[in-house]
Design a protein around this ligand. Structure first.
Ligand SMILES: Cc1cc2nc3c(=O)[nH]c(=O)nc-3n(C[C@H](O)[C@H](O)[C@H](O)COP(=O)(O)OP(=O)(O)OC[C@H]3O[C@@H](n4cnc5c(N)ncnc54)[C@H](O)[C@@H]3O)c2cc1C
Length: 379
């Protein structure tokens, strides 16, 4: 979010921008730990619009921004088993189609054909959007950052924000462990840590970190993914289609020689710990083996954990926040990598005083004072 916002500010000619990162490299927070999935299939219209704009850029990222991002538009396949989920998806797909997105309804047999190796038992219906896909989060982050730098943005690594100075209702400076930067505009793009940066300015930001795991499975010993299933059938799809068992939140896609998979753990509590908890694999294993039988004998090549940046309604906060000159772009609740292009463009427009041509009401910080209608398709 920080790199995208800086890039879009620079494109508007606002180049006296400093991007601050406390780590030795950009993209080692949530962005460096995600599954790289990008999809149009959200339940909230605003999020579909963020996807439409963002995926348009992903499709032409190298031409426009200058960096390859290994984009594979092999589709997202949502498997639905509970009638209430089918009902909710009916409304969401109708809205997505109204916006011009081609989303297909499939039965269990058609779903199994889209994803060889899949056991679609119990699946009542499925949805598929061929323009959804997978791309490289590091490529996107570095692409925005390098392009921003070329346009004049300064990037300071190993620089921790420690305070935000204010005068009356205005921000005046950012304090870091390497000195103070005077400024009239501060963007809080601290992802799962956004609440702590908010506290520095005296502005409560309701974002909680929630650990999520990703595992990489090795190919079956006999036959690999191509022929390692029963009777030499494929053990997993040959392409990178993202398959999501919506009822359990188990998902997988091919990742080079491996198969990437994950699933939410309802027992996980908010916290900043990103060590791998191997007990989570015990919970995933039976679901994984049921949906993709080749995973019954899984051997894990590697695993890592990262933080979802959860807001109470699973919608991000984008825009001005409590003080003159203070902005937030954070809280994307586990699906934000893909929204960085549009969200950064919108944040930059707002900071520049331009009309972002986007309804920001569902994204305002002050919505939490009342009732909110959030995103239901959190995976
Ligand atoms: C396991 C997992 C799978 C996911 N899968 C997907 C997916 O398939 N598709 C998708 O779209 N999204 C996915 N996400 C969500 C996605 O990764 C996040 O929504 C997105 O990366 C958030 O980006 P960000 O820039 O807001 O946060 P971050 O990438 O965390 O960036 C925040 C940065 O702020 C820095 N920072 C924090 N505090 C300070 C400070 N005081 N001073 C200086 N720097 C500071 C941090 O070091 C960090 O680099 C997934 C997340 C996880 C954990």
């Amino acid at each position: 979010m920080g790199a995208s916002t800086a890039y879009h500010l620079a494109r508007l000619g606002i180049t006296n921008v400093v991007l601050l990162e406390r780590e030795t490299a950009l993209g080692t927070g949530s962005t460096g730990r995600n599954a790289g999935g990008v999809r149009h299939q959200f339940s909230h219209e605003g999020n579909v619009r963020l996807s439409m704009e963002s995926i348009r850029l992903f499709e032409h990222f190298e031409d426009v921004v200058g960096t390859p991002i290994d984009f594979h538009p092999d589709g997202y396949l949502f498997l639905l088993s509970a009638p209430r989920h089918v009902e909710a998806f009916r409304a969401a797909v109708a809205m997505q189609r109204r916006l011009g997105i081609e989303v297909e309804w499939l039965d269990a047999e058609e779903a199994a054909r889209r994803a060889p190796g899949l056991d679609a038992g119990g699946v009542v219906a499925a949805t598929f959007c061929a323009r959804d896909g997978i791309c490289d989060p590091n490529g996107v982050t570095m692409g925005f950052a390098q392009a921003a730098r070329r346009l004049g943005v300064e990037i300071r690594l190993e620089t921790t924000v420690t305070g935000v100075r204010t005068s009356g209702d205005r921000v005046t400076a950012v304090e870091t462990d390497r000195g103070v930067i005077s400024t009239g505009a501060v963007v809080n793009a601290a992802g799962p840590w956004a609440a702590s940066v908010g506290r520095m300015a005296g502005v409560p930001i309701p974002i909680e970190p929630l650990r999520r795991h990703i595992f990489l499975a090795q190919p079956p010993v006999n036959g690999g993914w191509e022929r390692g299933g029963p009777h030499g059938a494929p053990a997993a799809p040959a392409d990178r289609v993202m398959v999501i068992d919506f009822d359990s939140s188990f998902y997988f896609h091919r990742e080079g020689a491996h198969l990437l998979f994950g699933m939410g753990d309802p027992e996980e509590r908010p916290g900043f710990d990103t060590r791998v908890n191997w007990d989570v694999l015990e919970k995933i294993a039976p679901v994984a083996a049921r949906r993709l039988p080749a995973l019954a004998d899984l051997a894990i090549a590697s695993a890592w954990a990262g933080l979802y940046e959860m807001t109470p309604d699973a919608m991000p906060i984008i825009g001005p926040a409590g003080l003159d000159g203070l902005h937030v772009i954070a809280g994307f609740s586990g699906h934000g990598f893909q929204h960085a292009p549009a969200a950064g463009r919108i944040a930059a427009d707002v900071i520049a005083g331009r009309d972002p041509n986007f309804d920001l009401r569902p994204y305002r910080l002050d919505r939490f004072a009342g009732a909110t209608a959030g995103e239901a398709n959190v995976v």
